[in-house]
Design a protein around this ligand. Structure first.
Ligand SMILES: NC(=O)c1ccc[n+]([C@@H]2O[C@H](COP(=O)([O-])OP(=O)(O)OC[C@H]3O[C@@H](n4cnc5c(N)ncnc54)[C@H](O)[C@@H]3O)[C@@H](O)[C@H]2O)c1
Ligand SMILES: O=C(O)[C@H](O)COP(=O)(O)O
Length: 538
């Protein structure tokens, strides 16, 4: 049974899939202090949060079996992603599920600013009837600058166009073609400052966007500009905004998100030309239902089928790429496990080569499976696809990935070489159409071996009788040979043998083999998730 804890206010109906699932239990515990949460987090496999719970390194360190942190929303700035990655904890979110609600909130804020609705409401409900104090402006034929043309920015632009606004969009990823398709003008930040009557920001908070709208920027804006932030606190420097509002450079500001939350900048909160809401962009029945539903379904998929759709700290690959890589994924881990056993030492350098069709794909996922295979030999369960590259980096092991779209005799071929000083081990592998996974190279030798659970790797001199002697020793110990591959560099020179066995070779057998004349190296190799001979299968 997997235990899920939900620590922010999240829609019960959206969590239905988890509540109904026989393999999951859900505990809803909002309002816990950081200490209280730290105390109980060790019991949980998954944590679901919104923006309120701070998922700190300290909390993650106390999480003994946590596999997933799910953000029921978009922004993950309340989660220490690096700490989660180091611990191998997957972080997912629900991008897109609250886009419409955030875009509608932005429109509501813009209209409220234009017509001063909150101020007019307060005055009227206090008994006044002041029709002159609240003269507004129209949106029609005004210019709106949208900084961040992602999902929400694009929906805001679409809605504002219906109000007759001209849209200037700035986003480093906005192409001329997409701007044309959306019938907006691709602009720079300074075009927006110069021309916009309203500016709305829709970027994440990053080192580039922190303080993006500051004193310098405001000095370049049109006098009387109106500014909206329904994205993240900190993109607009709050003190600079207050100075702009005081001087009249900024006619009004509508702010949903703050540098610190709950918001504490009283000058801004009580400014007569500011409209403020307590981070309500995603607070609608529909958005909350959708975000909760998306993360619930994804948590079930992750635990039940290992499929991940919206990972923050894992590479995202398209469904098509995933389908192409799938046959190589298990094999990637297996060659990692074999290469590290052959090397007999921790590697100081790793080379990965992809050839043919594999070289044309985004194979970050495949690289991670190999690294996981290599590291799991020494680190066992503490390594997974999330933290594999981090752990490798922590160990100071360098790795190179080389891609060559030319075929290496197979439509797709991957080769892994581990180095330890002057020593190295190499495993090459492919998937043969209709025949499945094959190890086709071990060190310098060409082989053709199915990656079965128990393998015996022997390097020897090419002299008569070797095969018979190895076979007799194994037979005397009741070890059945599945397949045997023999290869040699040249007659009478160096040769190798790779055998698949039906069971493990114990120390006694290994000793007898090692003592055989003419053998240069004997190694029993085991692939924990390799195929077992048919009669051993459950
Ligand atoms: N107020 C709320 O309750 C609420 C609700 C939902 C989302 N949000 C926030 O809104 C923001 C946007 O969400 P989204 O779903 O549209 O995300 P998104 O990823 O679809 O879009 C973000 C866009 O910002 C752009 N960007 C990044 N750096 C930039 C920069 N320096 N200058 C200009 N553009 C830059 C990106 O290229 C991207 O297109 C996020 O910060 C999210 O957390 C807030
Ligand atoms: O990034 C988001 O999804 C929004 O800021 C919504 O945050 P919330 O889930 O805390 O309302």
């Amino acid at each position: 049974m997997y235990k899920v804890i939900v620590t922010d206010s999240i829609s019960d109906s959206g969590l239905k899939a988890l509540y109904d699932h026989p393999n999951f239990t859900v505990d809803k515990k909002s309002g816990l202090s950081p200490e209280e949460l730290k105390e109980i987090i060790k019991d949980y496999d998954a944590l679901i949060v919104r923006s309120q719970t701070q998922v700190t390194e300290d909390l993650l360190n106390a999480a003994e079996k946590l596999r997933v942190v799910a953000r029921a929303g978009v922004g993950v700035d309340n989660i220490d992603i690096n700490a989660a990655t180091r611990k191998g904890i997957l972080v997912i979110n629900a991008p897109g599920a609250n886009t419409i609600s955030a875009a509608e909130h932005t429109m509501a804020m813009m209209l409220s600013l234009a017509r001063r609705i909150p101020h007019a409401h307060m005055s009227t409900s206090a008994g006044n009837w002041d029709r002159n104090a609240f003269k507004g402006v129209e949106l029609y034929e005004k210019t709106l600058g949208v900084i961040g043309m992602g999902k929400i920015g694009a929906e805001v632009a679409k809605r504002a166009q219906r109000f007759g606004m001209k849209i200037l969009g700035y986003d480093p990823y906005l192409t001329e073609e997409r701007a044309n398709q959306m019938n907006i003008t691709k602009a720079t930040l300074y075009d927006i400052a110069r021309e916009a009557d309203f500016i709305t920001v829709h970027t994440p908070l990053t080192k580039d966007t922190k303080g993006l709208i500051n004193d310098d920027y405001l000095a370049k804006t049109k006098k009387g500009v109106r500014i909206i932030n329904c994205a993240r606190g900190g993109i607009i420097d709050e003190d600079a905004l207050v100075r702009g509002l005081n001087s009249g450079q900024v006619a009004g500001a509508a702010i949903d998100v703050f540098e610190t939350e709950p918001a504490s900048n009283q000058e801004l909160l009580s400014h007569p030309h500011a409209i403020v809401t307590p981070h309500l962009g995603a607070s609608t029945v529909e958005a909350q239902e959708k975000v909760a539903q998306e993360v619930s379904e994804e948590i079930i998929d992750i635990f039940e089928t290992d499929s991940i759709h919206h990972a923050i700290n894992m590479p995202q690959v398209s469904g098509e790429t995933q389908k192409k890589l799938q046959p190589f994924i298990d094999l990637g881990e297996q060659i990692g496990i074999l290469a590290i056993q052959l090397l007999k030492n921790a590697p100081d350098k790793i080379d990965i080569h992809y050839y043919g069709n594999l070289a044309k794909e985004d194979n970050n996922l495949l690289t991670r499976t190999m690294i996981k295979g290599i590291l799991s030999y020494h680190l066992s369960d503490s390594v997974n696809m999330v933290n594999a590259l981090h752990l490798l980096n922590d160990q100071g092991v360098s790795f190179n990935v080389m891609k060559n779209p030319e075929s290496k005799g197979f439509a797709s071929y991957m080769e892994l070489t581990l180095h330890h000083g002057d020593h190295h081990s190499t495993i090459g592998a492919t998937v043969l159409n209709g025949y499945g996974a094959r190890i086709v190279k071990m060190n310098e030798y060409r082989v053709d071996v199915r990656p079965e659970r128990y393998l015996l790797y022997i390097e020897h001199h090419d002299v008569p009788g070797m095969i018979g002697r190895v076979g007799s020793i194994l037979g005397n110990h009741d070890i059945n040979i599945g397949t045997m591959q023999v290869g040699r560099a040249e007659a009478g020179g160096d040769a190798n043998m790779v055998l698949t066995l039906d069971k493990k070779v114990n120390d006694e057998v290994a000793k007898e083999l090692v003592e055989m004349d003419g053998l240069k190296a004997v190694q029993f190799l085991e692939i924990p998730n390799g195929h077992l001979p048919a009669y051993n299968m459950q």
